[in-house]
Design a protein around this ligand. Sequence first.
Ligand SMILES: Cc1cc2nc3c(=O)[nH]c(=O)nc-3n(C[C@H](O)[C@H](O)[C@H](O)COP(=O)(O)O)c2cc1C
Length: 154
Amino acid sequence: MKIGIIVYSKTENTYSVAQKLQEKLMAQENEVEIQRVTPIGEVNPKAKNIQYENKPDVIKYDSIIFGSPVHAFSLAPPMRAYLEQIESLHGKDVACFVTKGLRFNWTGGNQAIGKMKKIIESKGGKVVGTDIVVWNKNRDQKIDEMIRKFAILF
Ligand SMILES: Cc1cc2nc3c(=O)[nH]c(=O)nc-3n(C[C@H](O)[C@H](O)[C@H](O)COP(=O)(O)O)c2cc1C
C-alpha cells in the first residue's frame, strides 16, 4: 500500500512522530512517504488565504495520515487551510493525529481532531483512526501506543 504521511510541524515534534510512524509502517511492507506542509513566512492565525512553499499532492496515495500541532486550542491554521484546499480524498482511508503541549485533550486536542475529521469527510475521505499525543506527559509511551494503533489500520 502506498501511504502518505502529511504533516505540518513548526517545532519538529509532530515531524518526529511522523518519522517513527514511517519506520513502523515501512517494516510492514508499505511504501511510505513523509511530506511536509510548509507555509510561506509567519502565518497570521486569523489568515484565511494561506500560501504554501510546499503543498503536498494527495492523489498518488491509497491512504493518508495527517499530523499537526494544536495551536490556540484548535487545529494549527496552516494544516486547517491546507486540508480545506485539498480537492478530493475520495476512496482513501485517512487517519489523523495531533501533538499538543497541555496535558488534557480538551485543551485543543479534541477540537483539532474534530476539525480535521470534518474537513476530511467533507472531501470524501474515510476517517479510520485518530489520536492525540500530549508532549509534556508520558510522551514516549503515548507515541508507542499511537504507532501500535495506527499500524493495525494499514
Ligand atoms: C502558537 C502556539 C500555540 C499553541 N497552543 C496550544 C494549545 O492551545 N494547546 C496545547 O495543548 N498546546 C499548544 N501549543 C503547543 C504545541 O501544540 C506543541 O508543542 C506541539 O507538540 C508542537 O508541535 P510541532 O513541534 O510539530 O510544531 C501551542 C504551540 C504554539 C507554538
